[in-house]
Ligand binder design. Structure first.
Ligand code: HEM
Length: 401
């Protein structure tokens, strides 16, 4: 079965398409720009097995017969450096880099950041009120994760502004926007190199300073790995979070009674609800590809060496074999071992951060404007065209107290 996991019809209402595909079997195929036809693992059990099986499936296409880590024939030099990132490395390099970067992303570190995120969120909502901007995507969902990741990295001044502008330009996820970003990767890397030189000369708070000094300390990280790490944290750290906040707010304003229910919850119950929003409308539709190291068979399907295979997280999250009444949004669902953050060694590094941002954004929005509504027909709003993620381009609201 060849699935179409793109287009406005799918993005507006993906659940029916995904459930029907799951009912037809645990594997399917889809078409992805650049990669062409890829295999998809759909079932929950299949996905968890697949994402843990690094012996059979590598994230580094070079180990499965391709000439570049991303599985593409031609890669410009500036992109080749980015291949040395967490998501394209297997053990032991993956564990080494993950250990160097994970401390600021642990739950306790993120809990300590919450007051700062709350202050940033409150300031952005106040700006929306002052300026009359009613679009939650440009007013909050996009700037909040960008500000938070810049703080965490320790980026400041004019460089922070310039880099934020480049990454924020991806709002629609169109091919032109992505090409524009790709064309800027050389410039972005130069900026990061200048930042490294600055913090070598004058260390300051933030993950960039820590990584630069970890690099100096016995060469545990090469300069290219450092660039790739900061790039992936910047890129992975904001777009998905932007989409998560907008989809969560869209979903909760779209179903009668949900807004008031969530507003009346205590913080623990809201945190549980956010987990369920991630299961039900998480932004990542499918993972980055993995590649069979050799010809193999998985869930009864023959897979050729080097053929890209992705885990359809959004489908696994609706698998009736793993979740009771999967098409029902159950805000008190527990346990909720959903796949929204991936699974296995490449489980999202920033999950506690993204969860905190979404919880804070929803809580503050509903507290400030308890009567908030979507302005216009929710079914006519535009969704980002970038493949593999689901998130709104704009979310116009009526901000009623
Ligand atoms: C709602 C927001 C987010 C979602 C839904 C999300 C989802 C994911 C998923 C599904 C993966 C695994 C991809 C795969 O296996 O191919 C992943 C990996 C990753 N995420 Fe997130 N992410 C989010 C936010 C963040 C944030 C805020 C950061 C950091 C600032 C971050 C950093 C990373 C990194 C570094 C990886 C690679 C981990 C590794 O390979 O070890 N993510 N994310």
């Amino acid at each position: 079965m060849v699935l179409k996991l793109a287009g406005q019809d799918y993005l507006r209402a993906p659940h029916g398409v995904l459930s029907a595909a799951l009912a037809a079997g645990p594997m399917a195929e889809t078409n992805i720009y650049v990669f062409g036809r890829v295999s998809l693992v759909l079932s929950y059990a299949g996905i968890t097995e697949f994402l843990k099986d690094a012996d059979r499936f590598t994230v580094d296409a070079r180990k499965a017969g391709h000439s570049s880590a991303f599985g593409m024939r031609f890669l410009p030099k500036s992109m080749q450096i980015l291949a040395e990132n967490l998501l394209t490395l297997d053990e032991p390099d993956h564990t080494r880099l993950r250990r160097l970067s994970d401390a600021p992303f642990r739950k306790l570190s993120i809990d300590a950041l919450r007051p700062r995120i709350e202050a940033q969120c409150a300031a952005l909502l106040a700006d929306m009120e002052r300026s009359g901007n009613r679009d939650l995507v440009t007013g909050l969902c996009r700037p909040l994760p960008l500000q938070v990741i810049c703080d965490l990295l320790g980026l400041s001044g004019h460089r922070r502004e310039a880099l934020t502008k480049v990454f924020a330009g991806m709002s629609g996820g169109s091919t032109i926007e992505i090409l524009r970003l790709l064309m800027k990767t050389g410039w972005v890397q130069d900026e990061f190199r200048k930042e490294f030189a600055d913090v070598r000369a004058a260390p300051r708070a933030g993950l960039i300073t820590e990584l630069v000094h970890a690099q100096a300390d016995g060469g545990r990280m090469s300069e290219d790995e450092l660039i790739a790490m900061v790039f992936i944290l910047f890129a992975a750290g904001h777009e998905t979070t932007t989409h998560f906040i907008s989809s969560t707010v869209w979903t909760l304003l779209n179903e009668r009674g949900l807004r008031d229910l969530v507003a009346a919850m205590d913080e623990d119950a809201q945190a549980t609800a956010v987990d369920e929003f991630m299961r039900f409308c998480g932004p990542v539709q499918f993972t980055k590809p993995r590649y069979p190291r050799e010809d193999t068979e998985f869930l009864g399907v023959a897979l050729r060496r080097g053929k890209p295979v992705c885990a359809a997280l959004a489908a696994g999250n609706l698998d009736p074999a793993a979740f009771n009444a999967p098409l029902t949004l159950d805000l008190a669902r527990r346990p909720n071992r959903h796949l929204g953050w991936g699974w296995g060694p490449h489980l999202c590094l920033g999950l506690h951060l993204a969860k905190a941002e979404c919880e804070i954004a929803v809580r503050q929005l509903l507290a400030k404007w308890p009567g908030v509504q979507i302005d216009g027909d929710p079914m006519k709003l535009p969704w980002s065209r970038r493949q593999g993620v689901r998130g709104l381009v704009a979310l116009p609201l009526t901000l009623k107290s």
